[in-house]
Ligand binder design. Sequence first.
Ligand code: MG
Length: 282
Amino acid sequence: MADAADPVDRLLPVRIARFTTGDDPSYGVVSGELDEFGQPADDSVVVELAGDPLYAGVQPTQTEHRLSDVRLLAPVIPRSKVVAIGRNYAAHAAELGNDVPEEPLIFLKPNTSVVGPGDQVFYPPQSERVDYEGELAVVIGRICRDVPPEQATDVIFGYTIANDVTARDLQKKDGQWSRAKGFDSFCPLGPWIETDLDPQDFADGVSIQTHLNGDLVQDGSTKDLIFDIPTLVAHITSVMTLLPGDVILTGTPEGVGPMEPGDEVEVSIGGLGALTNTVVKR
Ligand code: MG
């Protein structure tokens, strides 16, 4: 039962942002409902937290800021890695001429590729084809390995939105994906981490859309994930230990395509919000 006088209940659902007002980054909980476009209300506030909620838990302080007065940053800097999944939607595998993998296909993006909401994606001079890939991202909350699927929820801190930016020409040329997926700024994350969702919500189906300069270019649902979130957590942790703050990108639905310098790209996921970035030449 929600208690309006309780500072934590008042803030549910818990939307954890990392932000700056000009000084060192802080963490906070963003209040209020999102509109149909995933945008927070004009009067939304950020209640500052004591410490990093990944380690200290959600401890609200007495300090509040208007959301419009702060600059949101990437809600998490992965402590060691971003583990990404390739070809996890059948229609997307098909659009690039690939078969659906028999088991999850994993690759890594360096934590130095992470940028935040509103940040620029740098179009590198080595590429002539840089694509957007809108994706649901899972933020890990505790050190873990060999996690059974039925215990995946225990190691998940929350969910955010990602753009798995990809130099498509270099991906084909190199045959492996480290360069194509790993440029600085090729992993926008944000705008915040939603902690009050369950993997089953995504299995039931949550919309995932990408708009390029306002045009709808990806229109998928997480119910079409080939390997669901518990399966991904189990598979990845059978290979490598995950640390608090590590991030899993769950794959992109069909409709990937190129971005050009000057473009604005927005990835939105139902209930999570919208992540917007612009592309500039490096
Ligand atoms: Mg991807």
